[in-house]
Structures are given as structure tokens and as C-alpha cells.
Design a protein around this ligand. Structure first.
Ligand code: ADP
Ligand code: ADP
Length: 229
């Protein structure tokens, strides 16, 4: 579950800016796939098409053999978890922020998600059970920590596909790596993870797609790409 296929997809923005020039690739179910390439190469556009913010101009995108045009929005939302770049948190506890939107999650589940996203150490609880709220009593979260909360929230929902667009993020490389590692640790082979990134320093992806001018210029594992030079 979570097999993504782009079949000869083109996409042109309203202002006639062609972003994708006939792109084809498979993101195998349960694998982590990194889209790397220079700014403007089309990585974010691929992400936007995947959760149907836009539809392709030509070509098709399918998930598990089904064209996503024929999938309802609610079903797509259920299957594709997007980690927002700029995570706006509620002025409430980290646990509340993690659990938001998932009323069925138990406290244990939420804490497991916090651990997986490596944000659990920021949870400050008192013996009476009171948990410090974000922004209160010195509980400040950096941008990277906020994004970890967003990852925890996505992990808790456990969708077959997770999208993480760091192509335009302002996070430093170390933080990005830690976040990707956190995601990889929990999702293992259960979840298809697609990460967009400016740099080619992604080490832990199963498959790397080098995007240039809206096309896949090269693809392979990190080792294979190094051999090709
Ligand atoms: P990347 O994520 O690799 O930086 P994008 O997918 O954002 O690349 O951009 C691909 C191309 O599409 C670029 O030429 C960019 O200028 C253009 N583009 C991106 N977003 C928009 C938009 N909202 N409207 C018009 N053109 C856009
Ligand atoms: P990063 O470099 O990852 O952005 P920062 O060191 O800039 O991390 O962290 C600042 C963050 O802390 C900001 O996102 C801001 O929302 C939050 N912050 C700053 N001051 C306060 C405060 N007095 N109370 C609560 N949150 C704060």
C-alpha cells in the first residue's frame, strides 16, 4: 500500500510557467524517496500534484493503481499525510498539539508519536499531571521543534504516504537530517515517504530522484548515483 506512479506528467502554471516536462517515476510502497535538485526544478510542484492541490496538465498520477483524479478528497487526505513546513501550534500542550484532529488516539499512542518524532523531551509535566503549554513558562519551540510536532501529528495519523517538502524550508541541514531520520526510524517499511530537498546530501533515502528542469535527470540509490558521478 502506498505505491506512487507518475506517468509522463506535465504541469503548467496559470502564468504559463512550465514546471514539469513529462515526468515519470515510481515511488515503491513503503520506501523512502528523495526528490533532490536545484531550486525551481519542480520538486514542490510534484508534491502539490500528489495531494491534488493541482491536477496534471497531461499525464497521470496513480496511487496503488488508481488514478488520483478518481479518488475522493477525503480518501486522499486519509492516505497522504503532508508535513507542513511552517507548523502553527495552538497555545496548548505539546500532547494536545500532537493529538489534535485524532480524537481516537490514546495518551500512550500520542506519547509514542512524540518519542518517534523526538519531541518527547520537550514535554514538561508536573506530578499533578499538569503539562506546560507551548509559549508558557519558558517552553519555547524552535522552528525545527515545531516541525517535529507536525511530524509527530502525521505519524500518529499513520497514513500510507507521508510528504515532507524541505525544498524551500529555512531549516539548517543538521535539523533537516534529524527530522528525516526521525521520520525514517518510525515509518521503516510501512510508509512511503517522499521528501523534497535542495541538496543531494540525503543519505537515508531508498531511492533518490534527481530533478532538473521538470524532468527526472537521474535516479538510483545514493551509491549508484555516486558511481555514475
Ligand atoms: P522547486 O520546488 O524544485 O524549487 P517548484 O516546483 O517550486 O520547484 O517550481 C518549478 C517551476 O514552477 C519554477 O519555474 C517556478 O518558478 C514555477 N512555479 C512554482 N510555483 C509557482 C506558482 N505558484 N505559480 C507560478 N509558477 C510557479
Ligand atoms: P529557529 O532558529 O529554529 O527558528 P529560534 O531560536 O528562532 O529557532 O526560536 C525562536 C522560536 O521561539 C520562534 O519560533 C518563536 O515562536 C519562539 N519564541 C520566541 N520567543 C518566545 C517567547 N517569549 N515565548 C514563546 N515562544 C517564543
Amino acid at each position: 500500500e502506498g505505491n506512487i506512479v507518475f506517468d509522463n506528467v506535465t504541469f503548467t502554471y496559470d502564468n504559463r510557467q512550465t514546471a514539469l516536462n513529462g515526468i515519470s517515476f515510481t515511488a515503491p510502497a513503503g520506501k523512502s524517496v528523495a526528490l533532490v535538485g536545484p531550486s525551481g526544478s519542480g520538486k514542490s510542484t510534484i508534491m502539490r500534484l500528489l495531494f491534488r492541490f493541482y491536477d496534471p496538465t497531461t499525464g497521470s498520477i496513480s496511487i496503488d493503481g488508481q488514478n488520483i483524479r478518481n479518488v475522493s478528497q477525503s480518501s486522499l487526505r486519509h492516505n497522504v499525510g503532508v508535513v507542513p513546513q511552517d507548523c502553527v501550534l495552538f497555545n496548548d500542550t505539546i500532547m494536545y498539539n500532537l493529538q489534535y484532529g485524532d480524537i481516537n488516539a490514546s495518551k500512550e499512542d500520542v506519547y509514542e508519536a512524540a518519542k518517534a518524532a523526538q519531541i518527547h523531551e520537550k514535554i514538561i509535566s508536573f506530578p499533578d499531571g499538569y503539562e506546560t503549554k507551548v509559549g508558557e513558562r519558558g517552553l519555547r519551540l524552535s522552528t525545527g521543534e515545531k516541525q517535529r510536532v507536525a511530524i509527530g501529528r502525521t505519524i500518529l495519523k499513520n497514513p500510507p504516504i507521508i510528504l515532507l517538502d524541505e525544498a524551500t524550508s529555512s531549516l539548517d541541514t543538521l535539523t533537516e537530517r534529524q527530522i528525516q531520520q526521525a521520520l525514517a526510524n518510525v515509518t521503516k517499511d510501512r510508509t512511503t515517504v517522499v521528501v523534497a530537498h535542495r541538496l543531494s546530501t540525503i543519505i537515508n533515502a531508498d531511492l533518490i530522484l534527481v530533478i532538473k528542469d521538470g524532468r527526472v535527470a537521474e535516479s538510483g540509490t545514493h551509491e549508484e548515483l555516486l558511481k555514475q558521478g
